[in-house]
Design a protein around this ligand. Structure first.
Ligand code: SF4
Ligand code: SF4
Length: 472
């Protein structure tokens, strides 16, 4: 006896990746190897090659791209960013965001269809391998029904695990560098359990994503697709169906009826090739990745029935609906202007960075310590960043404070190229000389080779904290 589902079937149309009873419907798209697919394949393979090779590229002996999170240090094609470069990060983030807004307003979801790793790896690596091993879309559907543990399916999973492992290792090398990765790979996981667990987790995540979660990443997890309603407008480039030309759609024999039929023969090839299972003829949808597969599928059909290609094509909604209008609109003027300002500021700050950074920080704990001889001891932390590619010896001195003394553990302090160091220094001052609990001093720093900097600082003394009174 068939078991009745406690959930009633949906009376209306449901999502393209869902059955009427709420269970998941797996799209098994039929490949459409047309001109757009060829172009996307070239771009996709190029991007995959860049992803694999980039961690190995060196510039001035250092990785061209390294996001060293534990050290809070980022290398970006010769430029070195540290956690102290907050302004640069902020400007870079704003510029990137505005750049995304601009590209989306002009070219729609071109990123989703052509550049996103989810689409690129799914459509040009994992899915082709799946079809090769399991016998194309029909073979996959057959195994879905009858052979979930068939040798071919298990072989596919084994290949996916190996690929996920390579991708996870490559991904991790962007954060730890290839040298460190090679060391970890040669050693036992017991010697580096944390990194091993991170690697295992990443491999598992990649495997689950491409073996199971798939198009759901774009439909459920990715925020970019959900922003389309605000980022796109009627003049943005989309992959769209030309309803003016295609409707009324008619199948084979019906086309002989004495009505003027549109060019769409309702063959549903565009639906069958869609990786998210939607029907583009329903209009612009959040699920559409603008992957162009339906363009290729429909062009083939048009060629067969001797109609012009491009029933589904790139165009704006206004163009497809034959509405006149210019591509120039307020957001296309405002975004580049903002981008010019933020990008210009970013470049300005980047180019004006000194090759030896000095940042003064207050010592941890109480602002000063009263010593037995009546003097005050103040801890100051001096953060030095040597961005130059040669070593430096940084000498520290107090400026204009004859009654005070500087205690430094090592003076001059040696700094290697690219080294970042935080020195704890102490300033010994007499108790007098503080006004309202504060006293201005300055540090003189020099490297004996022409570099010199004066860093102003304010010491806190008696009376600087609420409720504290200076004693006579
Ligand atoms: S592939 Fe083209 S002709 Fe066939 S259903 Fe889709 S739009 Fe119509
Ligand atoms: S509707 Fe066309 S462009 Fe959009 S995701 Fe489906 S196949 Fe790709």
């Amino acid at each position: 006896m068939a078991v009745q589902s406690p959930i009633p079937n949906a009376p209306e149309r449901v999502l393209s990746t869902m059955n009427v009873d709420g269970s998941r419907r797996w799209p098994r798209p039929r490949p459409s190897h047309g001109a757009w697919w060829q172009r996307r394949r070239i771009v996709g393979w190029l991007l995959m090659a860049i992803f694999l090779v980039l961690p190995w590229v060196r510039m001035n002996g250092r990785p061209a791209l390294l996001l060293d999170l534990p050290k809070r240090e980022f290398l970006l094609f010769g430029a070195r960013f540290l956690a102290t470069d907050t302004v640069l990060f902020m400007l870079l983030m704003i510029s990137t965001l505005i750049g995304i807004f601009l590209i989306t307003a002009l070219l729609g979801r071109v990123w989703c269809g052509w550049g996103c790793p989810q689409t690129v790896y799914m459509e040009f690596l994992f899915r082709p391998l799946e079809y090769l091993i399991e016998g194309g879309p029909r073979g996959v559907e057959e195994l879905d029904k009858h052979g979930r543990f068939a040798p071919r399916r298990l072989l596919k999973y084994a290949v996916f695990v190996a690929l996920a492992c390579v991708l996870a290792h490559t991904f991790l090398s962007y954060f730890v560098g290839t040298d460190q990765l090679a060391i970890w790979m040669r050693r036992s996981p017991i010697e580096h359990p944390t990194s091993f667990l991170i690697m295992l987790g990443t491999t598992l995540a990649v495997f689950i994503d491409f073996a199971w979660f798939r198009e759901q990443t774009c439909l459920v997890a990715c925020p970019y697709g959900r922003l389309q309603s605000v980022l796109l407008d009627r003049r943005s480039l989309i992959v769209g169906y030309d309803a003016v030309r295609g409707e009324p759609r008619m199948k084979g024999n019906n086309r002989a009826l004495p009505v003027i039929a549109g060019d769409c023969i309702d063959c549903r090839m565009c639906v069958q090739t869609c990786p998210t299972g939607i029907d583009i003829r329903d209009g612009l949808q959040m699920e559409c990745l603008h992957c162009t597969q339906c363009m290729d599928a429909c062009d083939k059909v048009m060629a067969k029935i001797h109609r012009p290609e491009g029933l589904i094509r790139y165009g704006s909604r206004d163009m497809l609906e034959r509405r006149p209008g210019s591509w120039l609109r307020p957001r296309i003027i405002v975004y580049p202007l903002v981008l010019l300002v933020t990008g210009g500021l970013f470049l300005g700050v980047l180019l004006s960075r000194r090759d030896l950074d000095v940042t003064l920080l207050r010592g941890k704990g109480t602002p000063y310590v009263l010593q037995d001889d009546g003097t005050l001891l103040h801890q100051v932390r001096i953060k030095l960043v040597n961005r130059a590619d040669h070593p430096r010896e940084v000498k520290l001195a107090l400026a204009g404070a004859d009654d005070s003394r500087l205690v430094v553990p090592m003076n001059p302090y040696p700094l290697k190229p690219d080294e970042m160091a935080t020195l704890s220094v102490f300033v010994v001052t007499p108790r007098h000389g503080f006004h309202l609990g504060r006293r201005a001093i300055a540090f003189e720093l020099s490297d004996g080779k022409g570099w010199h900097e004066r860093a102003e600082w304010e010491l806190l003394g008696p009376g600087s904290t609420p409720g504290e009174h200076e004693e006579d």
